[in-house]
Design a protein around this ligand. Structure first.
Ligand code: FES
Length: 69
C-alpha cells in the first residue's frame, strides 16, 4: 500500500528501512525521501515505526532475555 503518494513509497519500503535501522521520521526522510513535500504521510510513517518497535519489544519479552528480576 502506498503511504507516501508524493514520492510513491509503500509501507513495505518503510518497514524494510525500519528493519534496516531507521528509527525515526528523520531517518526515513534521509533514506526514502518521505514526508518532504505535503507531509501528509508523516503520521502513517510514525505509526509504522511504532508498530515495529512494539513488535520488536514483544519478541524480546517473549524470548525471556530481557526480563527484570
Ligand atoms: S504524501 Fe508523503 S510527502 Fe506527500
Amino acid at each position: 500500500m502506498y503511504v507516501c503518494l508524493c514520492k510513491g513509497i509503500t509501507d513495505t519500503q518503510i518497514r524494510d528501512a525500519v528493519t534496516d535501522g531507521a528509527c525515526n521520521i528523520r531517518d526515513l526522510r534521509e533514506r526514502l525521501d518521505v514526508a518532504t513535500q505535503c507531509c501528509k504521510c508523516a503520521r502513517d510513517c510514525k505509526s509504522i515505526i511504532s508498530e515495529y518497535r512494539q513488535s520488536a519489544a514483544g519478541s524480546f519479552a517473549g524470548s525471556g532475555q530481557f526480563v527484570m528480576a
